[in-house]
Write a protein that binds this ligand. Structure first.
Ligand SMILES: Nc1ncnc2c1ncn2[C@@H]1O[C@H](COP(=O)(O)OP(=O)(O)OP(=O)(O)O)[C@@H](O)[C@H]1O
Ligand SMILES: [Mg+2]
Length: 342
C-alpha cells in the first residue's frame, strides 16, 4: 500500500523529533491552549506553520508558536513531571505532541480528508517502560489530525514503544528501509543519551535490551540552560528568548558581535555536575566497561560529556552519533520499517 508509512517519533522533554526516513521535523516540547490573536493573525500563522492543532475539541498551540511571545507565559505548558500520576498525564501530553508532529510531517503530502496508514516507532525513558502498554494503547487507532496546514486521518496500525536509547542502537543496526545494516558488526552496543531532563544509559546485546545495564537519572541539560538564562540576565539585564538560549547552547555564544557574548565558562561550570552524574551512573551500571566494545554518546548533551566519557572508557570505541538530537528518532523509524517487512 503506497499510503503506508513507517514513522519515528521521539517526544523528548525538550524537543519533539519525528521522521519519515527522508523528511524530518523538530519543535520544542511546549504547548498550551490557543488564544484569540488580536493583531497580525495572518503573519503569525505564516511564521508558524503547523503549530495550531485541534485536539479534544479545542485549539492548541504547540512548538515555536507556543514558546513565542504571542503565547501568555502562564499558558505555556511543558512536558514534565516524573511521578507515577504525572506519567499518565505525560502520555496524554505526548499524544497531543505526536499528533502535531504527524500534522507537520504529512503537511503537503496528504490531501484533505485522506487516510494515511502509520506504523509508528517511538520511545519512553528507560525507567518509564512500565507505562509502555498504556502509551501504546493511546497511540493505536484512528486520529483526526486537524491543523492550520490540513485535515486528514492518521490510522496508526502498529506502535512499537522502546526505551529511548534503543533508537540509537537501531539507527546503527538497521537501515531506513528496515534492512540489516551489513556494515555494522558489533554484538554489544552501549549508549549514553544526555537529554533535556533525563540521561539514559543502555546496553543492547545482539538486538536484546540488557535492563540490568540500563538506567535513567533525572538530570540533563536543563541545569545548563537554566544557568545560561540566569547568567544572560545578569550580563544584559533581560531574560533571553528560547531561540537565544538555543543558539547559545549550540554555539556557546550569544552573538560574536556582542561584548561578553561568550558563554563557554558558564556552560562548562554548570555542566560539571551533569558530567560527573553521568559518569557515576555509568560506573554503577557498567563498571570499567571492559565488556563494552563501543559506546555511542548521543542527545543534546553529547558534546558536553564526550571528552569525559572518552577519558574514562579508553578501551572502548567512544563515538558521538552523527546527529545527536535525531539519532533516537532515526532508529525508531528504522525499527518501524523493519517490523513492517516481517
Ligand atoms: N544542535 C542542537 N540542536 C538542538 N538542540 C541542541 C543542540 N545542541 C544542544 N541542544 C540542546 O539540547 C536540548 C535537546 O536535547 P535532546 O533532544 O537530546 O533532549 P530531549 O530528548 O528533548 O530530552 P529528554 O531526553 O530528557 O526527554 C535542547 O534543549 C537544546 O538546549
Ligand atoms: Mg531524549
Amino acid at each position: 500500500m503506497n499510503n503506508s508509512y513507517s514513522v519515528g517519533a521521539d517526544c523528548g522533554y525538550g524537543v519533539v523529533k519525528a521522521t519519515l526516513g527522508k523528511n524530518s521535523i523538530t519543535f520544542p516540547s511546549v504547548y498550551g491552549h490557543g488564544i484569540d490573536i488580536q493583531f497580525d493573525e495572518d503573519k503569525i500563522a505564516a511564521a508558524h506553520p503547523g503549530d495550531r492543532i485541534v485536539h479534544d475539541g479545542r485549539e492548541w498551540w504547540v512548538g515555536e508558536l507556543a514558546a513565542s511571545p504571542h503565547m501568555p507565559i502562564a499558558l505555556q505548558m511543558q512536558l514534565h513531571g516524573r511521578t507515577a500520576s504525572d506519567q499518565r498525564t505525560g502520555n496524554a501530553d505526548r499524544l497531543l505532541l505526536i499528533k502535531a508532529a504527524l500534522g507537520k510531517l504529512f503537511a503537503g503530502r496528504v490531501a484533505n480528508g485522506q487516510v494515511v496508514c502509520v506504523h509508528l516507532g517511538t520511545g519512553l525513558p528507560v525507567d518509564h517502560m512500565a507505562g509502555a502498554e498504556v502509551f501504546k494503547a493511546q497511540l493505536l487507532g484512528q486520529h483526526d489530525i486537524q491543523t492550520d496546514q490540513g485535515h486528514f486521518t492518521a490510522h496508526v496500525e502498529s506502535v512499537f514503544v522502546m526505551p529511548q536509547p534503543a533508537g540509537t542502537v537501531y539507527a546503527q543496526l538497521l537501515t531506513a528501509k528496515g534492512e540489516l545494516n551489513g556494515k555494522f558488526d558489533y554484538e554489544r552496543i552501549a549508549v549514553v543519551d544526555v537529554g533535556t531532563l533525563t540521561t539514559d544509559i543502555a546496553v543492547d546485546d545482539e538486538g536484546a535490551f540488557v535492563s540490568s545495564m540500563s538506567a535513567s537519572i533525572e538530570v540533563g541539560l536543563s541545569i545548563v540552560t537554566e544557568a545560561v538564562r540566569r547568567e544572560y540576565n545578569q550580563r544584559f539585564g533581560e531574560f533571553p528568548s528560547a531561540a537565544t538560549i538555543h543558539q547559545i547552547m549550540r554555539t556557546r555564544n550569544a552573538g560574536k558581535h556582542l561584548k561578553d557574548g561568550d558563554f563557554s565558562a558558564t556552560i562548562e561550570t554548570a555542566g560539571a555536575p551533569l558530567v560527573s552524574g553521568v559518569l557515576s551512573l555509568m560506573a554503577q551500571k557498567w563498571g570499567r566497561g571492559t565488556q563494552l566494545p563501543v559506546i555511542f554518546v548521543t542527545g543534546g548533551g553529547a558534546q558536553l560529556v564526550l571528552r569525559a566519557v572518552e577519558a574514562e572508557y579508553q578501551n572502548s570505541l567512544v563515538q558521538m552519533t552523527v546527529d545527536p538530537i535525531m539519532s533516537n528518532v532515526i532508529g525508531f523509524q528504522h525499527y518501524a520499517a523493519f517490523r513492517m517487512h516481517v
